[in-house]
Design a protein. Structure first.
Ligand code: KDG
Length: 324
């Protein structure tokens, strides 16, 4: 089994203290970016992976390649574009809203944003069972979106399972109309779709009372070929629709240090379980464990568990999972 993910892998500068960035003197440097996180996550759970991305020929690009290789992710579909910079971003904590995390991007005109259809080669899809990307990649630039759409076409022609996370980033999309225009092809053609309560509210332009009703509406209106829809609800857990039935999963209580990356950890564990043929309830539970564990350290993927660690965690917390 092999997964190919497509998206911008970046360098994250993670504030070690709270407050406005102008007064933060110390940052931790991490490799991050949603789809790269998923490639690392599934690999830690024993599924081979590759990432289709572009980095600059700079030190940060080298850093990303080093990290992906160290995790055993296949980097043969990584383009090194020496004429463009690697995307970077900063995490500001607790300001101006206490407990809140703000993300500040420096990724305009980055190597990945300049990726185009010509960069998408058939050979990248050889031996691939599942392709995963997200709304972030579709929002970065027209050329990156067209490149993703070419990847989608190759997947459809070769019957590769397509998995998609709506991952709406409000700093990258103006409004729901733009979001729907850009995400539409992937919503229509993906077999597995991950979303979140916030993303559904953005897409429908209204607050949600009943999450299942809203998710049903989402499926009916936009997700023609979807077989599994997963809605991540943060500390309220997650639900999944599959085979005409809804499944529910609570969250695990951990000491949260950094919640960025939790959604990607969830997707990775869910997908790894899915590819191993596990049932939807088990996939949800594994997603929930991985999502909880990565929040216990700074950085998006460092605390992503392997099979053994998931078991150790479950043995310890058995019976203590709960819907908050
Ligand atoms: O899911 C975590 C990502 O959001 C983070 O690493 C940055 O990929 C990122 C993005 O575009 O927001």
């Amino acid at each position: 089994m092999k997964v190919l993910t497509m998206g911008e892998v970046m360098i994250q500068f993670n504030s070690t203290v709270t407050g406005p960035l102008r007064h933060v003197n110390y940052f931790e440097k991490h490799v991050a970016g949603s789809e790269g996180n998923v490639a690392i996550g599934v690999k830690r759970l024993g599924i081979d992976s590759a990432v289709l991305t572009a980095v600059g020929g700079d030190e940060f690009g080298k850093n990303i390649l080093m990290a992906l290789k160290a995790e055993g992710v296949d980097t043969s579909a990584v383009k090194v574009d020496s004429s463009k910079p690697t995307g970077i971003y900063f995490i500001q904590r607790g300001f101006p809203i206490p407990e809140h995390v703000d993300v500040v991007y420096y990724r305009k005109d980055s190597a990945f944003s300049n990726l185009s259809e010509e960069d998408i080669k058939d050979e990248y899809f050889k031996d691939i069972d599942l392709f995963h990307t997200s709304g972030i990649s579709l929002s970065l630039s027209d050329s990156a979106r067209k490149a993703c759409e070419k990847a989608l076409k190759i997947c459809t022609e070769n019957k590769i399972i397509v998995s998609f996370d709506t991952n709406i980033r409000r700093k990258l999309l103006r409004d729901r109309k733009e979001a729907l225009e850009k995400l539409n092809l992937f919503l229509e053609n993906s077999k597995i779709i991950f979303t979140g309560k916030g993303d559904l509210e953005f897409i429908f332009g209204e607050k949600i009372d009943n999450i299942e009703n809203m998710a049903d509406e989402f499926l009916k209106s936009y997700c023609k070929n979807c077989e599994t829809l997963v809605v991540k609800l943060g500390e309220k857990g997650s639900i999944a629709w599959n085979g005409g039935k809804w499944y529910h999963q609570g969250t695990f209580k951990v000491n949260v240090v950094d919640e960025v990356g939790a959604g990607d950890a969830f997707d990775s564990a869910f997908l790894a379980c899915y590819l191993k043929g596990k049932d939807t309830q088990t996939c949800l539970k594994m997603g929930s464990v991985a999502g909880a564990l990565v929040t216990t350290t700074r950085g998006d993927y460092e605390a992503f568990p392997g099979e053994k660690e998931i078991q150790e965690f479950l043995n310890k917390v058995q019976g203590k999972e709960y819907l908050r």
